[in-house]
Design a protein. Structure first.
Lengths: 134, 343
């Protein structure tokens, strides 16, 4: 009985999890799902000769943590260590925006920016690369 | 006078208002195309070996770095390796601050990044993890001590070789000349080399470094190559480096001699509880003469406890046992307590 309850609880939490999309506004650059990790870890700074701008939510944001784990296959500790090392080579981590609203504004405003939004907020002007849940 | 106070007040409140995260430098100026950051790092440690104790303000530096569009970057650092050493048994020592790094980078594409100036030799693991706070140990392994110059003054090309960014390279050339090389571990000229890497992920890699240089002091010609690997997981990390070097020198009678050096280490770090980690390392260095008899064999084991509440801050308590057999027998126990931070 307990097992069934636990299963139902996990199942209902899974159903309640919100879907998020990793998106970019295509303006001449064609990105692929496999590019996401390279872009966020600054292995890929350009695509087809054009600079890519990666956007992140604040590190305390739960969507950011889910994105880090499910899409980048990493964790905050590893991420921080990686960028602490790069910082002192003069390389900054991706731009941090404060909220989903700011993320949306930045994505619409900056050419070749990539970020993540609740799937419900993604319209046809964006190209979706992948989804994750939290 | 009031105006000056007002300006200072506005500047200070402006600075205070900015978000700051430990280890990520301080934003001095930023706009859409340009940013300028300031940063610093410091290491204070207490070292003990057979009754010889010292308190050191070790490696420290102040940095300024920036980027103009994603195409141009620069970095300048003033610092030193052992700024002040307070010895409890002998005279104190101090080192003058000097220009440690000064370089500019131009990103033509992900495949071609051109760097010019004075910078860290872009090979190995230890040599590239430059900041003590980011290292798991305060004891430097042999591979990073005397195998190749840790800083070069010249130019380098770096980049990725494939679309997946899984294969990357670095090539460098150290310009000959009488640079201020007091900060360098090996004084060399005609130094060139590189590293070819395969990246399993953005963080895990296996790499093959290589190089050749002429030693300034002995006029030896040295060639080296090796392999290194870094595999980090969420709760642990494995790293190792292996280097082989051979040297050739000609004495005053015109007779050529040669020798070989081998150095390697294996390091494992395990997360144990909250911000606490345990690090273990074993390393060796062997020198052979041309007859292939071992001249000496230096081995050490390092056991450390690392408290790292943030990645930019670490407190390390370490024990090292070092034993040398062959020439100049050594058998020592050393202890190190260090506090390292980057701002």
């Amino acid at each position: 009985m307990r097992g069934l309850l636990a299963f139902l609880l996990i199942f209902s939490v899974t159903l309640m999890a919100e879907s998020w999309s990793v998106v970019y506004l295509s303006r001449g650059v064609k990105l692929q799902k496999s590019d996401i990790v390279n872009i966020y870890f600054k292995k890929m700074k350009q695509k087809e000769g054009q600079s890519i701008v990666a956007l992140n939510l604040d590190s305390s944001n739960l969507a950011r943590k889910a994105f880090l784990k499910q899409v980048l296959h990493s964790d905050l500790q590893t991420w921080d260590k990686y960028y602490d090392e790069l910082y002192f080579m003069g390389i900054k981590s991706p731009v941090v925006v404060k909220s989903e609203e700011s993320m949306l504004k930045f994505l619409l405003k900056i050419d070749r920016a990539i970020g993540y939004l609740p799937t419900s907020k993604v319209d046809k002007s964006f190209t979706e690369l992948t989804r994750f849940k939290f | 006078m009031k105006k000056i106070i007002c300006i200072l007040f506005v500047l200070l409140t402006g600075l205070m208002a900015q978000e700051y995260k430990l280890g990520r430098g301080y934003e001095i100026y930023s706009n859409k195309e340009f940013y300028l950051y300031g940063g610093a790092h410091a290491d204070i440690n207490y070292y003990t070996q057979s009754g010889n104790n010292s308190l050191r303000l070790g490696q420290a530096g102040i940095m300024l770095f920036g980027e103009y569009t994603p195409k141009f970057r620069f970095l300048a650092e003033v610092g030193s390796d052992d700024i002040y050493v307070h010895n409890f048994n002998k005279a104190n020592e101090s080192t003058n601050l000097q220009l440690m790094r000064l370089y500019g980078e131009y990103l033509y594409s992900d495949a071609i990044e051109f760097k010019v100036g004075q910078f860290l030799t872009p090979i190995g693991i230890w040599n590239r993890a430059y900041i003590p706070a980011l290292r798991w140990s305060g004891f430097t392994p042999y591979v990073a001590k005397g195998f190749f110059p840790k800083i070069i003054a010249g130019a380098s090309l770096n980049g990725s070789l494939n679309e997946k960014r899984s294969i990357s390279y670095s090539l460098f050339y150290h310009v000959d000349g009488e640079q201020d090389t007091n900060k360098n571990n090996v004084k060399a000229k005609e130094f060139f080399g590189g590293e070819l890497r395969y990246n399993f992920s953005p963080l895990a890699k296996i790499a093959v470094p290589f190089g050749r240089f002429r030693s300034n002091s002995s006029q030896e010609i040295c060639r080296f190559t090796g392999i290194n690997t870094l595999i980090p997981f969420e709760k642990n990390e494995f790293s190792s480096e292996f280097l082989y070097k051979d040297g050739e020198w000609t004495n005053s009678e015109g007779i050529s001699n040669n020798w070989q050096d081998i150095a390697w280490y294996i390091q494992y770090v395990q997360h144990i509880y909250k911000s606490s980690y345990l690090s273990v390392r074993y390393g060796e260095q062997r020198r052979f003469r041309s007859s292939n008899d071992v001249t000496w064999n230096d081995a050490n084991e390092v056991l450390g406890y690392v408290y790292r509440p943030k990645t930019a801050l670490s407190i390390k308590l370490e024990y090292r046992h070092r034993a040398r057999t062959g020439l100049n027998f050594i058998n020592t126990d050393e202890g190190l307590l260090s506090f390292s931070v980057l701002f």
